[in-house]
Design a protein around this ligand. Structure first.
Ligand code: MG
Length: 172
């Protein structure tokens, strides 16, 4: 069994009157993320963790924010495509742990739905997807509600790694 770990981080600025999407869920909030896509920091961090696990670059490389193809895109589509990249490399997702830092609103009521959505896209049980939320005690840009951020860690694995797990990663 070849097991690899990846981590991801993302941040977006917040502004009034924009929709807020986190973990694939629309959050009832007066503030939303300024972004080329739908600004889902949790999914973006998760995608970067998945790509990072296989040393396959980052979300900006695969889905550039200069491309009209990704303007306003539902980040769940980006996660689907990222999971397809992981699968094409011969790996499957083991588990994921995501932390969202946001001062307000409270994220807790939405967490189970996020886990269900993310698990569904990644093809893993809900028990394999953790989503946690924290404030920063009013400190920093998160605490001032100028932005929100997310961190993600994932494990991916592959059976039959007779070559030591190098195939599919192509040395780049
Ligand atoms: Mg982002």
């Amino acid at each position: 069994m070849d097991i690899r770990i990846g981590n991801g981080y993302d941040v977006h600025a917040l502004a009034e009157g924009l929709p807020l999407w986190l973990g694939g869920v629309r959050i009832d909030s007066p503030l939303g993320c300024i972004a080329h896509s739908d600004g889902d920091v949790a999914i973006h961090a998760l995608c970067d963790a998945l790509l990072g696990a296989l040393a396959l670059g980052d979300i900006g490389h695969h889905f550039p924010d200069t491309s009209d193809e990704f303007k306003g895109i539902d980040s769940k589509v980006l996660l689907e495509r990222t999971v397809a990249i992981v699968s094409a490399a011969g790996y499957r997702v083991g588990n994921a742990d995501i932390t969202i830092a946001m001062q307000r609103p409270k994220i807790a009521p939405y967490i189970l739905r996020m886990r269900e959505i993310l698990a569904g896209i990644m093809g893993v049980p809900v028990s394999a997807v953790s989503v946690k939320a924290t404030t920063t005690e009013k400190l920093g840009f998160v605490g001032r509600s100028e932005g929100c951020e997310a961190y993600a860690v994932v494990i991916v694995s592959r059976e039959d790694a007779a070559d030591g797990g190098k195939a599919g990663i192509s040395g780049k």
